[in-house]
Design a protein around this ligand. Sequence first.
Ligand code: GLN
Ligand code: ZN
Length: 752
Amino acid sequence: MKTTVVGYPRIGSHRELKFAIQKYFKNTISAEELAHTASELRHANWQTLSNAGIDEIPSGDFSYYDLTLDTAALLNIVPKRYRELNLSSLDEYFAQARGYQGENGDVKALSMKKWFNTNYHYLVTEFDDDTDVKLVGSKIFDEYQEAKDAGYQTRPTIIGPYTLIKNGRFTGQKQGTDFAAALTAAYEDVLAKLADQGAEWIQIDEPALVKDQTAADLDLFEAIYGPLLNAKHGLKVLLQTYFGDVRDSYDVLTSLDFDGIGLDFIEGAETLDIIKQHGFPADKILYAGVINGKNIWKAHYQDKLNLINQITDVADQVALSTSCSLLHVPYTLANEPQLDEKYKKYLAFAEEKLSELVDLKKILAGDTALLDANETLFNTPRYVENEAITKQVASLKESDFHRQPSFEERAKIQKEEFNLPKLPTTTIGSFPQTREVKRNRAKFKKGEITKEQYDQFNKDQIKECIEFQEKIGIDVLVHGEFERNDMVEYFGEKLDGFLFTSNAWVQSYGTRCVKPPIIWGDVSRNQPITVAESVYAQSLTDKPVKGMLTGPVTILNWSFPREDLPLKESTYQIALAIQAEVLDLEKHGIKIIQIDEAALRENLPLRQSDWYSKYLDWAIPAFRLVHSKVEPSTQIHTHMCYSEFGDIIDAIDDMDADVISFEASRADLTLLDTLQEDKFKTHVGPGVYDIHSPRVPSEDEIKTTIEKIVNKIPLDNIWINPDCGLKTRGNKETTPSLIHLVDATKEVRREL
Ligand code: GLN
Ligand code: ZN
């Protein structure tokens, strides 16, 4: 039985790619130097996979920013506004990823969205009526050749045409089906060229298949793949799916001329049943995703064996693989020397997952020692339990989930309490994490400065930040979050039940990485988390300062959760901990508290029929639990990082926050229509500019955006803010951007 993986992380085991790209952006290294680093990283990956004993190694899973963007660039799908900048192809690529402002013009970045149910983000492919789909790029061929030259026969991977369409955005009259023929032809050219180069296989990723499929969707899929598979040029085609099962398309997939089909047996709730009921064609290879590509727990080999045996009962040809790309887990436990072996023995990151695949292969060939050792591990208890917390969760009552009085009553009370101007301005919380801020934290961690020195530095930052916001005229201030490395890790560190890593970075988008904590036990709060900073910031000003917390669903979704406890239980434990923090802030005079649920949508099931029953029915109550006990005059804000929630707008209103801010600028404010008063009661701050890009929006541009908002949403319900926290930005662009934001708001107020 052969082993393989769907894909491998690419940011570098010490984030080498991130740092090289950032240097390139700052012009401190050349395109050639960047290319050199990238090449080293690719070679390192191939070597790692090969050394581990993986039989089939993918290539083409490397990216400077995002694989969807790579595929669009390969196929000439580049909107005109970027072409017109006349940049090098690399700079044109980055212009699409992050916007461009310079000598050659001023354009915003492409829209960016969550990649299915992960915390990875992809750049949305934009098709317009002039889009001329054809093979123009060479990335996939270059990387195949590079591997080949280094002695690796790899399986090039590419995002498939169907997913490209389903995840794409169509700005003209033409729709997805109108591009099917051109895409088919372009992919055929890709196949032909790879075959010509000597490739044996290609992996085409079609994760869009795990969502609900309509008959029209399946027609489109067949319209593309029917002809494409008639022109394989001798290449074998692996159709790879992940993040769920393919219950709607299984019969179509097995009837088409694919040589391999990759199925997810971890998140695919029905995958095993489907193959049992429908069988699996003897002439195809089933790439069985049996190792979890998303979590970091060691696999239980006996369970895996039982699963594999059931699979091989049905399918004649099986290869062992991961459930999805390992992009979603950190590189290796070898980078965690500080982590005690008592924890490490239960964990498996990307590199360790390679060993698991190879172990399984050996066990299948008769190696019982590996199986026994694993069994011993799984027979010893691992998680730290806290009976008081489990009891507290068990005794929660319905009333614990409902804030009194009603939203409308509270709105009246708060209007009087705060007496804010129309269109109050605020920010989402963090201010730029400058080099000095990061250096201060690093010095403290290394023991080079004392806790007092560390705190004093942050206090000075808070003071400066408050003064700045007062000076430019922001209405509701924030302390700036200088003490936080990350909005989840920071809370995890102060709560019981979490475990931390030093280098376990996972790519979130482009050069942005996160280091999710691991939930290792029952979660509880035994000390204040944010009170000192908030109280200090409030002491410096008469304007309200928002307390700033991360909500329970986001803490859960951005951690690696336990495997032995339902997510709902873990989330309620976290909610009780954050509730205690909310009440503590309130007790200390903080009158506005923002509870970020940046990642609420992250674990939304990919099939709409599961949304409420499997997720929202507990995720929304978890948020309400956090703020249900505050005074009517305390104003609760929340923030979400994506604009795609028109379809769960009722659930969001049901969180019963007083105010919500969200990303909107990068999605052309299309959400505004769904936020009309009769449909949505919560007051809203649709982000008026994109902070994911270094581009500075002009005052006029922001003013136009505010006017659009004012035209759609009742004036009294609107807040004005950027679309996310500013921590990833520099002061250079943040200062003018915020000044433009405040001045544009004042202009609009004058014209009301
Ligand atoms: N309060 C957080 C910040 O400003 C929110 C970040 C986020 O939404 N990702 O950084
Ligand atoms: Zn955000």
